[in-house]
Design a protein around this ligand. Structure first.
Ligand SMILES: Cc1cc2nc3c(=O)[nH]c(=O)nc-3n(C[C@H](O)[C@H](O)[C@H](O)COP(=O)(O)O)c2cc1C
Length: 175
């Protein structure tokens, strides 16, 4: 893939919030997770974990925890990506909290893009009640759920979202 194809790949992705009931094959989920395993991480500790959720009752519980967002209930797969604080703090102490969040965020980004490369749709979902997600999935205290990544085959919006001008993000040499 050359750089213009890469840019085209990035701009063709959008968050999808309308899903068909078509299931996602186990090997397709495995492809996405193996792509995530290639992500960089602080000290190569890979301080992230993921729970793959396909069980309908569990998905409905998570949709409730996500304030009733419809795509959480209808997407056939939810990947719950979590920071594993203990894995990073064992080497980095307090700083490990931040590294675990970064590790899990990068892994989530790889999953989102791997889904796109594999012909699947996704929606990164950050609005949810953490305690409810914790309790639904039985998460231990040192595991923090960061992202519910909805996955499936669906209907992308007809109009892509706009972005700020790139220049608005950029500062040269100092703020
Ligand atoms: C940290 C984060 C949290 C998000 N939370 C939600 C969410 O709770 N529900 C939702 O529908 N979309 C959520 N999104 C998706 C954004 O709304 C979406 O990425 C943004 O509007 C740009 O649109 P695009 O992904 O189609 O390019 C979230 C995205 C990020 C990165």
């Amino acid at each position: 893939m050359d750089s213009s194809e890469f840019f085209g790949f990035l701009t063709s992705r959008s968050s999808v919030r309308s899903y068909d009931s078509t299931p996602v094959k186990k090997e397709d989920i495995e492809y996405i997770l193996s792509c995530a395993s290639t992500a960089p991480s602080a000290g190569n500790l890979e301080a992230w974990d993921v729970i793959t959720v396909t069980d309908e009752d569990m998905r409905l519980n998570l949709a409730d925890a996500g304030f009733g967002q419809e795509h959480l209930a209808t997407a056939p797969v939810l990947l719950v990506i979590c920071a594993n604080y203990v894995r990073s703090m064992s080497k980095y102490g307090e700083r490990g909290i931040l590294y675990a969040v970064q590790d899990a965020t990068i892994a989530s980004t790889y999953m989102m893009l791997a889904a796109q490369a594999h012909g699947l749709h996704s929606c990164w979902t950050g609005a949810f009640d953490e305690d409810e997600v914790r309790s639904a999935l039985g998460l231990p205290q040192h595991i923090r759920p960061l992202v519910l990544l909805a996955l499936g085959y669906g209907h992308p919006p007809s109009v892509l979202t706009e972005r700020m001008a790139t220049d608005e993000h950029i500062h040269h040499d100092a703020w």
